[in-house]
Design a protein around this ligand. Structure first.
Ligand code: PNS
Length: 165
C-alpha cells in the first residue's frame, strides 16, 4: 500500500497497556485520520510476556473502543514492514525521560535505515504519566500496590489474577 500521511502506527509490546500508552494513542488519534496500534507478537523478544498476544490486543481494543479511528492488530514482522503494509507514513511513540531517548534514538536509526520514507514522531509523555511503565506496573501488581489509576480497570483485574500473591 502506498504510504499515506494521514495514517500512523503506534507500536509497542503493551504487556500490559497503561494509561500512559493510552494517552499517546489518544493524542495520535486526534492528529491522524487513522491510527493502527501494532502489538508486537514475537514470543522470543524481551523474554516471556505476562499476557499472551491475544490478551494484550484485547486490552488495547477494549480501552480504545471509543476512538473510532483506532484499529488494533498484532504484528510479527519488522516494524517498518508492518507500517508499509498498513500504508502508514508515521510511527508515533511516547517519550518519557532521558532514559527513553537513547533506546528510541537507536530504534529511530534502525527504522530509518530500513525505510527512510517512514518518519518517526515522538510525543512527550503527559506529566502525570511520565513515570509510568508496564514493568513498573507489573512490579506494583506483584506486591499488591495500588494500580487503579494507572491502567484500565480490565487490566487491573487481570494483573491481580495473574500476578497477585
Ligand atoms: O519498547 P517496546 O514496546 O517493546 O517497543 C517495540 C517496538 C516495535 C516499538 C520497538 O522495538 C521498535 O521500534 N523496533 C524496531 C525494530 C523492529 O522492527 N523490530 C521488530 C519488531 S519488535
Amino acid at each position: 500500500m502506498a504510504p499515506d500521511n494521514r495514517i500512523a502506527i503506534c507500536p509497542g509490546t503493551f504487556d500490559p497497556v497503561t494509561n500512559g500508552h493510552l494517552d499517546v494513542i489518544g493524542r495520535a488519534s486526534a492528529m491522524y485520520d487513522k491510527v493502527v496500534v501494532g502489538v508486537v507478537n514475537l514470543p522470543w523478544r524481551k523474554g516471556n510476556t505476562v499476557f499472551s498476544t491475544e490478551e494484550r490486543v484485547d486490552f488495547v481494543r477494549g480501552a480504545t473502543r471509543a476512538l473510532r479511528n483506532v484499529e488494533v492488530e498484532p504484528f510479527s514482522t519488522l516494524l517498518v514492514d508492518f507500517a508499509r503494509q498498513r500504508g502508514a507514513m508515521a510511527i508515533v511513540k511516547g517519550l518519557r525521560a532521558i532514559s527513553d531517548f537513547e533506546y528510541e534514538l537507536e530504534m529511530n536509526q534502525l527504522n530509518r535505515r530500513q525505510d527512510p520514507e517512514i518518519e518517526s514522531v515522538y510525543l512527550m509523555a503527559s506529566a502525570k504519566y511520565s513515570f509510568l511503565s508496564s514493568s513498573g506496573i507489573k512490579e506494583l501488581a506483584t506486591f499488591g500496590g495500588d494500580i487503579e489509576d494507572l491502567v484500565p480497570a480490565e487490566v487491573v483485574q487481570a494483573l491481580k489474577e495473574r500476578l497477585g500473591r
